[in-house]
Design a protein around this ligand. Structure first.
Ligand code: ADP
Ligand code: MG
Length: 377
């Protein structure tokens, strides 16, 4: 194993500054994320420096609990860092107020979750265009057609998520992430719930979007054959980047994983993510479950392993980083209490920032109206 990658030159030089490594779509400097305090504190990310180059497809691998999801969520502004600096392009996330962070997430970041996180009451097409819809951005029809056709979704656009297979739902989720041509797409185990054939379709599309359109993608996976679609693989262990590999093949990645396991002689290293168990499919007439916020600040589906049986369930800390921490990112909208949002406003295009504060009831109202009026309303 090499002694850790020079993810980009001399982090010390860039620490605390806004110098963007050349060609980086996103990067972080000394990114640390700690959950909890005192004896129970967990350091999920330990001073990570990493850059994601424009037009590069990066896979992120590591044993379960090594911090992969935390890295994705912090980089995407969905979770607040404890310390360190995060940049999308040369915009520092910690310098943004909630409104600007929401806009940055909406306009510059795509996110694909293992659990799809589609809005159950909207059609595939409405799900794909929802972020643009919320933002009031015009749809780039030619690009949308390319995404839809490449993902093989043309004849599924009018279907609701519960009428689609898992692979189709994940392709819709990929289309939603790519439709706005974000600066970077983060994907956390996007093929974790898919059989190998549909998984390969999704991976091929992700790779093609990198090759053909210069899309930047960072994808967590535990599957060496999925990682082989990427240009580069980063290996995480205990919240640190411990290795990287360019032009990976499944065999080389597997070898590297075995070397990791050999480094931890007594522990059982699990590379697999816990499988996501989808809720029972909703019937057409059942009331929809709590509507996930369709801006990128969606609830985190499976990142949190269950507490050990022997300890009483502790509340999950969602407090933002202490004010004294350097450059904390603002708490994501997904965990902000949603109490004071204005009610959805009649016919005018909804304001995404206000929507970030909507209650479930607000969402129900708006989604009900969407269903009758259509996305253009
Ligand atoms: N919300 C949370 N509260 C407390 N600990 C957490 C939370 N989320 C993640 N962790 C802990 O942080 C570490 C990294 O988790 P995670 O990023 O989900 O790992 P991975 O995605 O690599 O499996 C783990 O030890 C995990 O238990
Ligand atoms: Mg994870």
């Amino acid at each position: 194993m090499t002694s850790g990658p020079a993810a980009f030159p001399t982090p010390a030089e860039t620490a605390g500054s806004s110098v963007t490594p050349p060609g980086a779509a996103a990067h972080c400097v000394a990114l640390t994320k700690r959950y909890g305090t005192g004896n129970t504190a967990v350091t999920a990310l330990d001073a990570v420096d990493v850059a994601f180059s424009q037009g590069q497809f990066t896979a992120i691998m590591g044993p379960s609990g090594s911090g992969k999801s935390t890295l994705m969520h912090c980089m995407a502004g969905l979770d607040a860092a404890t310390s360190g600096s995060l940049f999308i392009g040369d915009i520092q996330l910690g310098a943004l107020d909630d409104r600007r962070l929401t806009r940055l997430r909406r306009d510059s970041i795509g996110f694909v979750f293992q659990a799809y996180n589609l809005v159950p009451t909207l059609t595939a097409l409405e799900n794909i265009t929802l972020p643009s819809d919320i933002a009031g951005h015009p749809i780039d029809q030619a690009w949308l057609d390319t995404v839809v056709d490449t993902l093989g979704l043309r004849d599924r656009l009018k279907h609701r998520p519960n009428e689609l297979s898992g692979g189709q739902q994940q392709r819709v989720a990929c289309a939603r992430a790519l439709a706005g041509r974000p600066a970077i797409v983060f994907a956390d185990e996007p093929t974790g719930n898919l059989d190998s054939r549909t998984g390969a379709e999704v991976l091929s599309f992700l790779r093609e979007s990198v090759r053909r359109t210069g899309q930047t993608i960072a994808m967590v996976t535990h599957d060496p054959s999925a990682a082989a679609y990427a240009d580069r693989v980063l290996f995480l262990a205990d919240g640190r980047i411990v290795d990287e590999m360019y032009d990976p093949t499944a065999e080389l990645v597997l070898e590297r994983m075995k070397a990791f396991d050999a480094d931890v002689p007594h522990a059982e290293v699990s590379w697999a993510e816990p499988a996501y168990v989808p809720p029972a499919p909703a019937t057409a007439y059942a009331p929809p479950p709590a509507i996930p916020q369709p801006d990128l600040a969606l609830p985190i589906p499976t990142a949190i392993p269950p507490a050990p049986q022997s300890t009483p369930p502790a509340p999950i800390p969602v407090a933002p980083a202490p004010a004294s921490a350097p450059a904390p990112a603002p708490a994501p909208a997904a965990v902000a209490p949603s109490t004071n949002g204005p009610a959805p406003d009649g016919a005018s295009a909804p304001d995404a920032v206000d929507m970030a504060n909507w209650t479930d009831a607000d969402w129900d109202d708006w989604l009900a109206r969407k269903q009758t009026e259509g996305p253009g309303a």
